[in-house]
Ligand binder design. Structure first.
Ligand code: GTP
Ligand code: MG
Length: 298
């Protein structure tokens, strides 16, 4: 299983140099620092705050302590996610733009639920592409869980309804509804999302219980813009950030709380079914500070 330190290598290679305690704060060229932070997609306002903090001589705490405090404050509290035990099955809809990692994340979440002694169902509602649903079916066989899917061209809302129905019959604890990738700018496809929600609600009032957007970390700040637009169509209750292992723009995570106020629940740190970890602000910030920026693993 991938760890935080290895995963954040690319972002740390850029901003870790600044945060490493080997660098003498007094010798830092502030303009260079600003440029480095902005390059890794740390939001502009936070970058300014960091610069102010580093320039200010008013506190005795070490630079690392001052920065950690500032960054942790920006990420805010992240309540640990636990699958609720009432009102089963707990239905989660995963959405996002094309290729963000929805299908892989659905499988990772199913694996995680199994590990916690729960019975998940994977729902392949990506009827837009020929391989959309079958890709998830293969995952369901790999992780070992129930699956309901639809053929290409089928109504995605109908597939989601069937999955909730089947999950009720089979007494599943969790349903993970994988949706087709869609651009936030394409209206007809975006309209399908509230339709899917209404359809699931008809089978079990309140479903979906959660709507999680899957964001590709390599997109940096663009991912935040996408989330804002999805949030206007279907209110998001959580965010999952994938591909943190390949991103040099992980600084955008610092804008998620302030700009969206939606909790980051999990992060994807690799392509395998085990490479999903709960988001932990402290580990994230500490991994950015690690001094051995070439270190490959925890
Ligand atoms: N390195 C890395 N790769 C990932 C991660 N999550 C997903 N991927 C890869 O990203 C690619 C796309 O993943 P999918 O899960 O198919 O993405 P999707 O959002 O379902 O794609 P569409 O259904 O086409 O919209 C695959 O090659 C995955 O292996 C991650 O956390 N880290
Ligand atoms: Mg997919």
């Amino acid at each position: 299983m991938a760890g935080w330190l290895g995963a954040l290598k690319k972002t740390r290679n850029i901003i870790g140099k600044v945060f490493s305690s080997k660098v003498n704060i007094d010798e830092l060229d502030i303009e260079e620092l600003e440029e480095i932070l902005l390059r890794s997609d740390v939001p502009v306002r936070l970058t300014m705050d960091i610069v102010d903090e580093l320039e200010s001589p008013r506190r005795k705490a070490t630079r690392r302590e001052r920065l950690t405090e500032l960054l942790m404050k920006e990420l805010g509290e992240t309540p640990e996610f636990n699958w609720p035990s009432d009102n089963k099955p707990y239905v989660v809809m995963l959405l996002g733009i094309n290729g963000s990692g929805k299908t892989t994340t659905a499988a990772k979440l199913a694996k995680r639920a199994i590990g916690q002694g729960l019975k998940p169902m994977l729902c392949g509602s990506d009827t837009f592409r020929a391989a959309g649903s079958s890709q998830l079916k293969l995952w369901s066989e790999k992780v070992g869980c129930d699956f309901v899917g639809g053929e290409m061209g089928h109504d995605a809302a109908g597939v989601a309804y069937n999955a909730v129905e089947s999950a009720i019959e089979k007494k599943c604890d969790v349903v993970l509804v994988d949706t087709a990738g869609r651009m936030h700018t394409k209206t007809p496809l975006m309209d399908e999302l509230p339709k899917m929600c209404r359809s699931m609600d008809k089978r079990r009032a309140g479903a979906p219980d959660a709507v999680w957007m899957v964001l590709d970390a390599s997109l940096g700040q663009n991912a935040v813009i996408q989330a804002k637009q999805f949030n206007e169509v279907v209110p998001l209750t959580g965010i999952i950030v994938t591909k943190l292992d390949g991103s040099s723009k992980a600084g955008f995570l610092f804008s998620v709380k302030t700009e969206l106020n939606i909790p980051i629940l999990f992060t994807g740190l690799g392509e395998d079914e085990d490479d999903l970890v709960p988001f932990n602000p402290e580990e994230f910030v500490n991994a950015l500070f690690d001094e051995n920026s070439d270190a490959d693993e925890v």
